[in-house]
Design a binder for this molecule. Sequence first.
Ligand code: THU
Length: 140
Amino acid sequence: MEQREALRLALVERAKEARKNSYCPYSGFAVGAALLCADGSVYAGCNIENAGFTATCCAERTAFFRAVNDGKRQFKAIAIVGGRKGQEPRELCAPCGVCRQVMAEFCGPEFEIVMTDGKELQVKKLEDLLPLAFGPGNLQ
Ligand code: THU
């Protein structure tokens, strides 16, 4: 297997592991994410819901905010796994618009988003999922 593919699969496994900690009593939809930093470190996150629904944090943002809080600023890829709690994921879980915007704050167009339907990997670049992004460059 190609080394890059093996790395993506390992990242998906970390996302599955993180998904086990999902706090999703309202939606019953459990998500895990694993963020690969440029230095090789990996930060995982799960979705954390709230009775005041808007206070909910997606798995992707949990992972990003943990990493940024630790001083990380450069990222290569994120794996995302989501589906009904207690079941194996059967469909792709693509990042929501808010999470795409958070990615655009820290990542370039080549940043990889790895998703899976439980069978195959689907890999997209940030520029595919958020074309014409409004980012830090717009405020310079
Ligand atoms: N969610 C994520 O954590 N990431 C996504 O990519 C899509 C949605 C969470 C938010 C909420 O807790 C639940 O999934 C249903 O929207």
